[in-house]
Design a protein around this ligand. Sequence first.
Ligand SMILES: [Zn+2]
Length: 270
Amino acid sequence: MSALPLTARKEPGELLSSWLDRTAALHRVSRLHLLTWAGCSPRSLRAIDETLVDDDVRVIASMLRSSAEEVLASTHRWLGRLSTGLVRRRGREVECRRCLVELRRQHGAVVRMKHWREGWRILCERCGGVLTQQGEEDFDAELRWSWYAPVVRNAHRGSELVAAVVRGEHRLPAISTSSGEELSVRHGAPVLPGFVTSMFGSKLTSGPKGATLANLSFPCRIFVLAATGARSSAEAEWARHLLRVWEVNRKLGREADKRRRRKRGKSQSQ
Ligand SMILES: [Zn+2]
């Protein structure tokens, strides 16, 4: 496979699919079209950022005038089986709005960072801001309220604890939680401390022990990680309590919006 005449300049930390999307757009084709034309295997096409096969790594590297290391480093393949519960594939994107705007200005297209898809992330690695989920922008504003400060702090700590477990640094003293229970990896899935899974059981959808952080909504992820990183059980309970408050407020807010829209529709039709 020879190099394409035009290749997009890769942003450091960019996801492979995003880099390929931008390169394909330069040739006015889709990523799927480009990869099929290059002869990539169906397995690579299905989930390029997680299950890219070795032969295709070389094909894509020469196509993008890059190295196999760079291509692999732009994927989540290193997570192996852990990627199932930790890499977001479905649902609305979690992203950093500030960087999204800035990168779009720089590259003239949407650029997606690899770490935005990682289920344990709270902060944007590029600018340090709190991430946002599409459609949950109100929560972003709410997080600035002062009583959320300890929650964000603990969520950040919880996020680092999960990251340490994912990297295999199980013996770090910092990962002991207040209750003495530890985070761990069992049967290829990260397991949150027992007190967290029993507090948030209904939210952690795939089985009582499977912490599918990737599938949680971003606000819920913050509260679950805040409990994980809490220094006392009272702080963990507080995170659970604030999640309930936020859920009730959001429901009430959405109902009020609906009523307002109905009212407006009626007055316009009269
Ligand atoms: Zn950012």
